[in-house]
Write a protein that binds this ligand. Structure first.
Ligand code: NAP
Length: 309
């Protein structure tokens, strides 16, 4: 099988931590170039921007866009128009509407567009979805609490408009919630807490209802947690409790450990991307982004102490 010749655009933390090593381990892909203003990958030709990359690399099948969401739409449109398959890091864009544009461009160019949600590929998520499919959900509680200084050191963009603030990790929780819940939910209330010197929130409390109008899902996202980090989803059902821990890597059902695996998320992301390309399909599920947009639109905005890195 000829590997898919891929380029990474935006060589920063997630490109180095996950995309480069995952592509290196996956025989279905070959990293042939990067485009980044400052970053590079040893032994791989690097270009300063996506225009130069697209002009310079003849045999290029796909791009993985690993920059922040703000500049992603422009890059995606260029790549799709040039006939390349496109993998979007999460969140897929800075607005909902810009994604419509990209779906249309992918269809016109007959290429695959993949809006990735890496947390959905965590080891316990598929089994959690299967188990919940046959249960009656009483309530769901999400706690996504981490130390922003540890996970986003010096990332100025994340505090700027379009950077998402605490919703940058929080949207990962929402990607799992929307994947495993057997019914749709909608936001009924939200409080977003903004440091007085920042444009994006440092914490948020959210409540969602299901179609019957019952407030079944509550979530707290908080970037001020030091010490042990918490990425938990707890679901009470008619047949006992399901608990996803460590961002979905660990699954407990009625207190019994069912899944406890290491980090398999990006292997799953690239497996799915290869499958979409082979099948000539796209996958753009915007539900997590829609919930975040609703929280910004309908939520109360409160203010707290200034935050310094
Ligand atoms: P990052 O460390 O800041 O890297 C992003 C890279 O994108 C930068 O190094 C920069 O490289 C390039 N870039 C292009 N335009 C930019 C702009 N206008 N502002 C800032 N950088 C720009 O960020 P990251 O943590 O890798 O996150 C990137 C995306 O991956 C985000 O959407 C994030 O949600 C997602 N993600 C991150 C993690 C994580 O653990 N950090 C996990 C999963 C997903 P050049 O300066 O060389 O162009």
């Amino acid at each position: 099988m000829t590997p898919i010749r891929i380029a990474i655009v935006g060589v920063g933390k997630i490109a180095r931590d996950q995309h480069v090593p995952t592509i290196a381990r996956d025989a279905g892909f070959e990293l042939v170039a990067t485009a980044s203003r400052h970053g590079s990958v040893e032994g791989v030709p690097g270009f300063p921007d996506i225009e130069t990359l697209l002009d310079s690399v003849g045999k290029l099948d796909a791009v993985a866009l690993c920059m922040p969401p703000g500049p992603r739409h422009a890059a995606a449109l260029k790549a799709l128009s040039a006939g390349k398959h496109v993998l979007l890091e999460k969140p897929p864009g800075a607005t909902l509407s810009e994604l419509d544009d990209l779906v249309a461009a992918a269809t016109a160019s007959k290429v695959s567009l993949f809006a990735t949600w890496h947390s959905r590929h965590a080891a316990g998520v598929a089994a959690a979805k299967d188990w919940l499919a046959h249960r009656s959900i009483r309530s769901m509680r999400v706690d996504w609490k981490e130390d922003v200084r540890r996970w986003h050191p010096g990332q100025a963009w994340i505090w700027e408009p379009g950077g998402f603030g605490v919703f940058d990790p929080g949207i990962n929780a929402l990607s799992i919630v929307t994947e495993i819940l057997p019914m749709p939910i909608y936001l009924t209330s939200a409080t977003l807490l903004f440091p007085k010197n920042r444009a994006q929130p440092i914490a948020a409390d959210l409540t969602f209802a299901d179609a019957a109008g019952a407030d079944r899902v509550t979530a707290t996202f908080d970037w001020r947690q030091t010490g042990p980090q918490t990425w938990d989803i707890r679901v009470a059902t008619d047949e006992g409790e399901l608990l996803l821990q460590s961002g979905g890597a660990k699954l407990f059902i009625k207190g019994e450990a069912v899944v406890n695996e290491g980090d398999v998320e990006y292997a799953g992301v690239y497996r799915r991307f290869a499958g979409l390309i082979a099948a000539g399909k796209s996958d753009v599920d915007l539900r997590p982004l829609r919930h975040v947009a609703d929280a910004f639109m309908a939520g109360r905005h409160d203010f707290t102490d200034a935050f310094e890195d």
